[in-house]
Write a protein that binds this ligand. Sequence first.
Ligand SMILES: C=C1C[C@]23C[C@H]1CC[C@H]2[C@@]12CCC[C@@](C)(C(=O)O1)[C@H]2[C@@H]3C(=O)O
Ligand SMILES: O=C(O)CCC(=O)C(=O)O
Ligand SMILES: [Fe+2]
Length: 380
Amino acid sequence: MPSRVVPSDSFRANPTNHHKFLDLSSVKELPESHAWTSQNNDYPFSGGGAADGSSETVPIVDLNSGNATELIGHACKTWGVFQVVNHGIPNNLLEEIEAAGSSLFSLPMHQKLRAARAADGVSGYGVARISSFFSKRMWSEGFTIVGSPLENARKIWPDDYNKFCQTIEDYEKEMKKLAGRLMWLMLGSLGITKEEEEVKWADPKEESESGSGCAAALQMNSYPACPDPDRAMGLAAHTDSTILTVLHQSNISGLQVLREGGNRWVTVEPHPGALVVHVGDLMHILSNGSYPSVLHRAVVNRTRHRLSVAYLYGPPPGVKISPLSKLVDQYNPPMYRPVTWSEYLGTKAKHFDKALTSVRLCAPRVGFVDTNDHSSVRVG
Ligand SMILES: C=C1C[C@]23C[C@H]1CC[C@H]2[C@@]12CCC[C@@](C)(C(=O)O1)[C@H]2[C@@H]3C(=O)O
Ligand SMILES: O=C(O)CCC(=O)C(=O)O
Ligand SMILES: [Fe+2]
């Protein structure tokens, strides 16, 4: 996002990098600090796709299909997640971003730490921001990019940062187009058109005039092979604080989503060339709760190093997001109060899984499954 940089204050969180860094790829036995037990809110590690004989899988949507809008609407309503094919992102760009991630994460720890994310910072190398909410540590490392990757890339590779930066910029440019298109497909499936005044912020035409426009963060995640994967957690369950997220996962499985109804983890199997799309909390709000943001996590495995790259897409940081007025009437009152993306990221950093509830105005209607109230979720 060379010209439209998000004020990085919007993304600041509570300090999360207070842990000592451990080079996970050299650890031979799972340390207690990384061993999750039934006391941790995300246990047991059951589920995981069709292993139980059921064949329910995350929907795959062909963006070239004539009824992509309807398919996306249905997937958002029933799953909060889907995979897309024929998305227009060239395969070699997906290969390049994966190679960029591999070359970064395979560096020696001291070199990665040159770009360590500051305690109150946003961009850089470190543990997941949500780490501070858990007593056990996750089996992963991350690299977050907001705005230009230049400053951090330079710290890591003083003479050799160009290729990495070029790949990131190419990838962000393509992702921005795709995420915008997916957002409009989702809005379209809710009956919202570009004429609507209240979504003017989402119109790319407005962007060139006002210089604002939708913003994003890029998150690279690395999950080294793990000596005791059944007791480790790659990335703990969370929803994304976005409108939507476009995720590229390497061809190793690990991503799991909680099936609506709240009692089964389903593995999102890597599909060659496909990208995963998550409904985020802000789309949940815009849709007045009808498109639930998907609870997801990443598990790890014993032998293969896994990589993922998430494009976290949101509105211009200062625009108030609230349930779309077309979806609200006397029988369907607004379920959430207006909130800006900046404000919401701050709320998430403070309240984590209670963030959405903290901006809620009224209790869900009777019979409405609140897939976002996970306080009582127990999976097993
Ligand atoms: C734009 C975003 C969205 C953030 C915060 C900020 C930058 C980094 C994102 C992530 C990426 C990894 C999972 C998550 C839960 C995390 O720990 O950092 C995300 C979080 C959110 O979706 O809340
Ligand atoms: O690695 C994955 O599959 C999930 C990553 C993720 O959820 C995120 O970066 O927000
Ligand atoms: Fe996520």
